[in-house]
Design a protein around this ligand. Sequence first.
Ligand code: NAP
Length: 270
Amino acid sequence: MEAKKDFEGRTAVVTGGGTGLGKAVAAQLCARGASVVIASRSKEHLEQACSEIAGLGGKIIGIPCDVRQPEQVESMVGGAVERYGRIDILVNNAAGNFLVPAASLTPNGWKAVIDIVLNGTWYCSSFAGRQMIEQGGGCILNIIATYAWTGAPGVVHSASAKGGVLAMTRTLAAEWGRHGVRVNALAPGVMVTEGAAKNLMFESLEVQERLVEHIPLRRLATTEEIARLAAFLCSDDAAYITGDVMTADGGRWLDEGFLALYARQTQTRV
Ligand code: NAP
């Protein structure tokens, strides 16, 4: 069955759209008729993704942009509007991360992650949001992680940044709803993408198998299934959803805390 073309006539900007989840989201939106702009630092990532996705039949271009640099973000947003006339959807997906004990994290390491995830999300939301307000509406989707609200050892920089993005999501939803701009967040579970697997050290199958034992649905997520949820949140089917966070982690974050640990240690079947 051919995919429905419910994004026809709409323009979407996906940051970090050249790899991993961002590429899957760009492909999903493009296949459903959107004109897509992918934006990230590496021209190689962008060109490779554009050639793969354009083969699916949609319109897609790459605009090199470092989301840490507000002037680059402004020019990327301007380039998207110049090319397609408007921005209906912004997916703030770009991120950087690495595992580090909080006591060993340097000021530069902290700044690197906060700059991409928290500041980058704000710069993109701010410039694209103004465009959406001017044109009478739009939709912003922020990709976060469940540790935005649980916290997690080893990622104090990323957890703090994603927590900030969650607060930003709700704040902008409250401020911009009257302009027809919806703002939501999506917290995926573990996906084996090249960047995440390497930076968070779950490249090996053995580590992945151990991770899966702590996921109630007993498997990792695929980028394609998360991309479909991203598309749902950006679609008219979600027209009355704003300021919300959708979690798609196979129940992972519920399998934490004292009782889960106790059940495992005592091998209690629950
Ligand atoms: P990924 O493949 O490493 O994607 C990260 C993307 O961000 C890359 O395309 C990278 O492209 C881009 N990027 C990094 N720094 C940038 C900058 N300064 N300016 C512009 N773009 C930049 O990782 P992923 O796993 O797909 O992650 C996608 C999203 O899902 C992230 O928000 C991540 O936090 C979230 N997430 C992932 C997992 C997981 O298990 N994978 C779980 C929960 C949440 P360039 O190198 O070309 O700049």
